[in-house]
Ligand binder design. Structure first.
Ligand SMILES: CC(=O)N[C@H]1[C@@H](OP(=O)(O)OP(=O)(O)OC[C@H]2O[C@@H](n3ccc(=O)[nH]c3=O)[C@H](O)[C@@H]2O)O[C@H](CO)[C@@H](O)[C@@H]1O
Ligand SMILES: C=C(OP(=O)(O)O)C(=O)O
Length: 421
């Protein structure tokens, strides 16, 4: 079992470069199945979710050259077959549900086990299934796995209204609809940058996806798709995590390879707190910031404040002055970081549908447990801020989504190491 050990309380400075977006690449990899050809992905983060997806793709018959040091995957999906994938790695990550859309689109059938991923409370997939059914697939359970099969000899385009704004259901529908006959219109689509990234790859592979990034997406299905080369967008959640850390402990930190527009609501919150930043074309410099103010945060779909960033920003809030609350309207049970931060001395608790906190807090190094990916990120930040030694267990969650986190933090002066416990 691995642990992260941090000797906290030291100021940091320097540069951190952001890797490709986890929540994009986990959809881009399954999307390559639609090509029946060779797709090269660049800017791929070296994270365990990518390793898991590569393993699943190889089980399905894909030939993959991987050089994650250089952020590159060359994926040949010509020998992929739609074999049942009920168990194993499939159940360990949420994004495995994208195999449903990709396999259904290319082969007209898919048998894929139930998705896993972080425990954020219930994570239903009814909208995905409803969309596949609307496109002409029949849904059933086969050996504990989801089985989808087209009723006719092809899927057909249709208009789908999403009851809720869902990133996963929007992307899955785009995948299946890319190979359907006719036009599919997704209404009330999610607008996240990751959706645009997936649409860009699909279009480069020969699909016709229009309107990604707005709440109406129009997909004209195509019988054939082909190989392409694509660079993954920068990870706005990784960027937000390091910006929050820089605001809390930095004496001048530059976060590089960021798209500012993807982070506008987050930056607006940092500004409201009193954080000083210089925004450049593809980097953000966080200056030494003092006398920060407590703020309230409500997570909503993009372009609002991202659910994935409410946990990583919490340690920064604990350094501010005043009282505040956080309300996660996407995943209201995304609160696992709260008891661990309280264990480190934070005045933080849950009241009804909110996390409430009173600051400033003097955090003290402690033994804590990462219960999910972004809770883990929050504990790393808390460990850097806290005085003394923090030991974080269950770090496999953190490695699902943060590329070279130890190396990146060491480079700005954090005393952090990974140990075998
Ligand atoms: C809108 C939103 O902020 N989505 C976030 C969500 O995406 P993720 O893809 O996990 O979740 P969705 O965007 O699909 O779901 C948004 C909401 O819709 C509900 N839902 C979803 C699908 C479905 O079939 N039925 C249903 O009820 C979910 O329970 C959730 O409350 O978590 C990801 C990982 O943490 C983030 O990167 C996404 O930005
Ligand atoms: C919770 C997350 O990941 P997943 O949806 O893959 O579990 C996340 O990226 O914050």
């Amino acid at each position: 079992m691995k642990k992260i050990v941090i000797n906290g309380g030291k100021r940091i400075s320097g540069k951190i470069s952001i890797s490709g977006a986890k929540n994009s690449v986990v959809a881009l990899i399954p999307a390559t199945i639609l090509a029946n050809d060779i797709v090269t992905l660049e800017g791929v983060p070296d994270i365990s979710d990518v390793t898991s997806l590569v393993e699943i793709m190889e089980i399905m018959g894909a030939k993959i050259e991987r050089n994650l040091q250089e952020g590159k995957l060359v994926i040949d999906t010509r020998s992929v077959v739609s074999r049942p994938l009920p168990y194993g790695k499939i159940n360990s990550l949420r994004a495995s549900y994208y195999f449903n859309g990709a396999l259904l689109g290319r082969f007209g059938k898919a048998t894929v086990g139930l998705p896993g991923g972080c425990d954020l409370g219930p994570r239903p997939i009814d909208l995905h299934i409803k969309a596949f059914e609307a496109l002409g697939a029949e849904f059933s359970y086969l050996e504990d796995a989801m089985h989808l099969e087209q009723k006719l000899n092809h899927l057909h385009g249709t208009t789908i209204y999403m009851d809720m704004v869902s990133v996963g259901a929007t992307i899955n529908t785009m995948l299946a609809a890319s190979r359907a006959e006719g036009i599919t219109i997704i209404e009330n689509a999610a607008r996240e940058p990751e959706i645009i990234d997936v649409a860009t790859l699909l279009n480069n592979m020969g699909a016709k996806v229009r309107g990604a990034g707005t709440d109406v997406i129009r997909i004209t299905g195509t019988g054939e798709m082909h190989g392409a080369r694509h660079t993954v967008i920068p990870d706005r959640i990784e960027a937000g995590t390091y910006l929050a850390l820089a605001a809390a402990m930095g004496d001048g930190v530059i976060v590089e390879n960021v798209i500012y527009e993807h982070l506008e609501s987050f930056i607006a919150k940092l500004e409201e707190m009193g954080v000083h930043m210089t925004i450049r074309e593809d980097s953000i410099e966080v200056h030494k910031s003092e006398n920060l103010k407590a703020v309230n945060i409500k997570t909503v779909p993009y372009p609002g404040f991202a659910t994935d960033l409410q946990q990583p920003i919490t340690p920064l809030l604990l350094k501010a002055e005043g009282r505040g609350w956080i309300m996660d309207t996407i995943y209201e049970k995304r609160i696992n970081h709260v008891p661990e931060l309280a264990r480190m001395g934070a005045d933080i608790s849950i009241l009804d549908d909110r996390i409430i906190y009173e600051s400033p807090n003097s955090l003290v190094g402690s033994c804590v447990k990462a219960t999910d990916l972004r809770a883990g990120a929050a504990l790393v930040l808390a460990g850097v801020i806290a005085n003394g030694k923090t030991e974080i267990s269950n770090i496999e969650f953190i490695l699902r989504g943060y590329d070279h986190i130890i190396e990146k933090l060491t480079s700005v002066g954090v005393d952090i190491k990974l140990i075998e416990a």
